[in-house]
Design a protein. Structure first.
Ligand code: ZN
Length: 245
């Protein structure tokens, strides 16, 4: 209870754009359910219980547990069978990560940074807001008529506003600190994605600059979180598949 109260205070102090919404609102749950149905019908996802899918779910649950974020929401991860680098959320705790992204992260800290950012979008209440432009998710499903195009993972980045991205980054850093992960991994991941030519969530330069400002008091010394059992399981499952294909 105490830690949650502290988080709310921290969020209120750091967020001028929206009050934190710890639980999903009814409109969010409804929209997420509709979007989820559409994604399940149109996208190539890993089945629930698949080794990579279940290991990612375990990593996310552990992050939520360590950061004290496991009681107010059920976090559910989904793995998209796509080699592009992408991760996004649709509300009500649903987070999508592409296989390309899972292979791209080099440490548990980086994966935690990615997931914590997505937690941040939820906690900031971004999916509760009703003023989303219509078709907010339409780009996720591709505009083409051909089935191949519809199955493509769309470019979520272009239509997301930078204010929300920065807010998700701010909350993500708080979550990383509370969970005992190295928050500087968020900067490292953003820098590596920028260098890889991945389309930006928003301008990487500004994003990295804003992230740097959140690192007050975080040491520069090497700090790598020891790989947890779920993360090791995820790495093994990813490697096993490369080996067998
Ligand atoms: Zn984002």
């Amino acid at each position: 209870m105490m830690t949650r109260a502290v988080l709310v205070l921290v969020l209120l102090a750091t967020s001028v754009h929206a009050a934190p919404v710890l639980e999903a609102c009814p409109a969010e749950i409804r929209r997420a359910s509709d979007t989820l149905g559409q994604i399940f019908r149109q996208w190539p996802l890993r089945a629930t219980g698949d080794p990579i899918d279940s290991a990612l779910q375990a990593v996310a649950s552990q992050l939520a547990e360590r950061a004290g974020e496991s009681t107010h929401r059920r976090w559910r991860t989904h793995v998209v069978r796509d080699s592009k680098l992408n991760a996004f959320s649709i509300g009500d705790g649903h987070i999508f990560v592409t296989e390309g992204m899972l292979r791209f992260v080099t440490s548990e800290d980086e994966l935690a940074a990615l997931l914590a950012h997505e937690f941040g979008h939820h906690i900031a209440g971004h999916f509760c807001q009703t003023n989303e432009p219509s078709g907010f998710f339409s780009h996720l499903f591709g505009r083409g008529e051909a089935p191949e195009e519809q199955r493509q993972v769309g470019e979520l980045s272009a239509s997301i506003d930078s204010t929300k991205e920065r807010e998700a980054d701010r909350i993500g850093v708080i979550i990383l600190k509370r969970g005992g992960y190295n928050p500087r991994a968020a900067i490292l991941l953003a820098a590596r994605m920028a260098a890889s030519g991945t389309p930006a969530h928003f301008q990487y330069g500004q994003r990295i600059e804003a992230l740097r400002k959140l690192m007050t008091g975080v040491p520069h010394t090497a700090w790598v979180t020891n790989d947890s059992a779920p993360f090791t399981r995820l790495q093994d499952a990813l490697r096993a598949e490369v080996g067998s294909s």
